[in-house]
Design a protein around this ligand. Structure first.
Ligand code: COA
Length: 266
């Protein structure tokens, strides 16, 4: 067991390598070689530095829940793992995964989703994801999500992956939905911050293909809460390029879907 864990969490070999684009000050693009690796504790200072830079540049400060160095360090070992995108020694992006305790009301999102107690030890979280502003637009977050979910599957311990995302963080909502998550709940977390709780069952993904769907304005939280309480799930987000530049949340629509009765019965 320890051997297979060490193999999965090996920090020695890159998980993926290639070329991405760096946006220069004059908006030009430069090609940069990168590697994705599982990071060890020696990267903690760089992770904290990148988190700090990202927070400084946030459009809305309430869209990211900052982690202390101690909590971040917990992710770099037995309670989780952190994927990093590196160019030489420079950390361009990271995505961390956390394995919460069964009684951790803040971080075990299975508790928020009212999972039976017996499966709370099967819940893993995708926690923070940060991409340096100069490297955005390379789909790095999606690529890291894909690897994180595959690694969680390979470990063979967790059946459910959850995450939280602010309704105002439309970039990350889109990325999470495209990574196989569905929105299951709208709740106040982290001392009163509004968050969607998203979930994916690693073994039985939900299928909405023959169900019905309805768009709701991204900021109509009363309507969304009502729909989520009545068997609907958030499954897609429509944002036009025009609105992404200078966010106008009222022009963004979240698609809610529900399975048909026959699918539910099957
Ligand atoms: C969410 C995040 C990780 C996505 O980064 P990413 O993987 O580079 O995003 P994508 O490559 O999918 O970007 C798609 C498009 O959205 C744009 N975009 C993504 N995030 C953006 C942001 N925060 N501000 C402005 N534009 C952004 C990209 O430039 C790209 O535009 P293009 O299609 O014109 O090239 C990144 O926005 C980020 O680090 N945000 C701050 C931290 C955060 O909020 N994390 C989530 C909560 S923990």
């Amino acid at each position: 067991m320890q051997d297979s864990r060490n193999k999965i969490f090996s920090t020695e070999k890159p998980i993926q390598s290639g070329v991405i684009f760096q946006m220069n000050k004059n908006s030009g693009l430069t090609e940069v070689n990168y590697e994705i690796r599982i990071l060890d504790e020696s990267y903690l200072p760089q992770i904290m530095e990148l988190q700090h830079l990202i927070i400084e540049n946030l459009l809305r400060k309430d869209t990211l829940q900052p982690f202390s160095a101690d909590f971040m360090k917990d992710h770099l070992g037995i309670k989780g793992f952190v994927l990093g995108v590196l160019s030489g020694n420079d950390l361009l992006a990271f995505r961390n995964v956390y394995f919460p305790d069964i009684n951790d009301a803040e971080w075990n999102l299975g508790i928020d989703l009212e999972f039976p107690t017996r499966i709370l030890n099967k819940v893993a979280n995708l926690q923070m994801v940060c991409v340096h502003p100069s490297y955005r637009g390379n789909s790095i977050a999606s690529i890291m999500n894909k690897h994180a979910i595959r690694i969680i599957k390979d470990m063979g311990i967790h059946d459910h992956v959850c995450a939280t995302v602010s309704p105002y963080n439309f970039w990350n909502i889109k990325i999470l939905l495209d990574s196989g998550f569905i929105i299951k709940k709208l709740a106040k977390k982290y001392g009163g911050k509004l968050r969607y709780i998203v979930h994916q069952d690693l073994h039985s993904p939900m299928n909405f293909e023959s169900g019905c769907s309805q768009p709701v304005v991204l900021t109509d939280f009363i309507k969304q809460h009502e729909m989520l309480s009545n068997g609907w799930y958030g499954t897609d987000l429509n944002v036009s390029r025009k609105d992404a530049g200078r966010p106008c949340y009222e022009n963004m629509f979240l698609t809610f879907s529900r399975q048909t009765e026959s699918l539910n019965a099957g």
